[in-house]
Ligand binder design. Structure first.
Ligand code: SF4
Ligand code: SF4
Length: 187
């Protein structure tokens, strides 16, 4: 069935079923606010953590996929740890990011998924993160040439950034994971 033929009610049901599949029970939220109070980056969110959960319970998928909060969430799990109902809020954020990417929703914070992509490209190519290459790739693709310059220089002066990449032994296996043939390496 194509998405054009799904009514909003059906779409919401599908969205809620997807959350249930991933073990996220948004309906049990009673809006106590403990998640928002503990989130270390809540001041940068356009929708607070408890609002994300409430909007999800209402099935308001589009509103959530357009939000900055889903991209800014650092998946630190503080909210889930504090939730008296054990709601997996970090997983909820993951599901929302996945849905946004799958549906081609323009990210409200485009440099964050771009950074994730540069990180994954680095892993695929080198088998591990090659920081200098990752930063160069990110800077070129984001056109943000000056951001974090001071921090980069400080890290470099402390020997935290290697100019040359280090390879790993299992590069072929890592490449297979990226090509979708890595199932045999799963435990
Ligand atoms: S801590 Fe849990 S129950 Fe409380 S508002 Fe957040 S998600 Fe809802
Ligand atoms: S997992 Fe995300 S929403 Fe939860 S506390 Fe951490 S940053 Fe905030």
């Amino acid at each position: 069935m194509s998405t054009e033929h799904i009514s909003p009610e059906q779409g919401n049901r599908k969205f809620l079923a997807k959350l249930e599949e991933r073990g996220v029970d948004v309906q049990s939220c009673f809006q106590c606010g403990r998640c928002s109070a503990g989130c270390p980056i809540t001041e940068f969110f356009d929708v607070t953590t408890m609002e994300v959960v409430r909007l999800a319970a209402y099935g308001m998928e589009e509103r959530l996929l357009d939000s900055k909060a889903i991209w800014l969430c650092a998946a630190c799990e503080t909210c889930a740890t504090r939730c008296p109902n054990d709601i997996e809020i970090a997983v909820l954020m993951d599901v929302l990011r996945e849905l946004a990417l799958r549906k081609g929703v323009k990210p409200a914070e485009p440099n964050i998924p771009l950074f994730h992509q540069c990180f994954l490209d680095s892993i695929e190519h080198w088998g591990r993160a090659y920081e200098v290459g990752l930063i160069a790739g990110y800077k070129l693709r984001s056109r943000d040439f000056t951001g974090d310059m001071k921090l980069g220089l400080k890290m470099f002066s402390k020997g935290k950034l290697n100019l040359m990449p280090h390879s790993i032994k299992g590069k072929a296996e890592i490449k297979k994971i990226f090509s979708g043939k890595g199932k045999e390496y799963e435990r």
